[in-house]
Design a protein around this ligand. Structure first.
Ligand code: MN3
Length: 241
């Protein structure tokens, strides 16, 4: 972070001088600095399991393509967008997505879509694991706000089915209360532009790329299968942290 800021200041100083002096040698130096590749800020996080770990609920081919192609594309495009504007460099992703409204207009959509895509998928992968069950503590916390675990699942599935087109369904915590919401595209409840904000506890990707190979147009079957691959231990740690 420090080095980035220092380089940015140095570049700015030379640019200012270049604008004043218009000396060809100085201009060449400015061009060289501008062309220096920046270290890429964001990388694809390590997937903590094999592509086939979530079979038969999420198939290996979908996992592989989703992770190596779709998620990678968000990371690549996020880095490309950031490389064009020094004011976006050196920030944590959480900070960027919480301040979408402050991103300069030409890049706002790119940071929203690709920054959101990177955040959402990184979060989603960590929520997936087979053969876990909610503890009594988790069941009680969810029942407190939704009446019962079954009622919660029903409402969550309804939100996942009700999201028209591409997007995500969420369980969030806001002001000590649990709430279900859905967001379009790669928006998420941490964004300043989100209608309903809160801390994500559960996320479900309902883009067709998340299920089409196995479930085709049957989103309901994919959503129902999700409960078999949700890591309830991870949910518990997010609920009580
Ligand atoms: Mn996806």
């Amino acid at each position: 972070m420090k080095a980035t800021r220092k380089n940015f200041l140095k570049t700015s100083a030379v640019l200012t001088a270049g604008a004043l002096v218009h000396h060809p040698l100085l201009q060449a130096a400015v061009n060289k600095i501008q062309q220096q590749p920046e270290a890429l800020a964001y990388t694809l996080p390590k997937l903590g399991y094999a592509y086939n770990a979530l079979e038969p609920y999420i198939d290996a081919k979908t996992m592989e393509i989703h992770y190596t192609k779709h998620h990678q594309a968000y990371v690549t495009k996020l880095n490309e967008a950031i490389a064009t504007d020094n004011s976006l460099k050196g920030h944590k992703l959480d900070h960027l997505i919480a301040h979408i409204n402050q991103v300069p207009e030409p890049l706002r959509a790119a940071i929203r879509n690709h920054g959101g895509g990177h955040w959402n998928h990184s979060f989603f992968w960590e929520l997936l694991k087979t053969k876990t069950n909610p503890s009594q503590k988790v069941t009680d916390a969810i029942s407190k706000d939704f009446g019962s675990m079954d009622e919660f699942k029903k409402q969550f599935e309804k939100a996942a089915m009700g999201q028209f087109g591409s997007g995500w369904a969420w369980l969030i915590k806001a002001n000590g209360k649990l709430q279900i919401t859905a967001t379009p595209n790669q928006d998420n409840p941490l964004m300043d532009i989100a209608l309903i904000k809160g801390k994500p506890v559960i996320a479900l990707d309902v883009w067709e790329h998340a299920y089409y190979l196995k479930y085709q147009n049957k989103r309901a079957d994919y959503v129902a299968a999700f409960w078999n691959v949700l890591d309830w231990n991870k949910v518990e740690s997010l609920l009580f942290s």
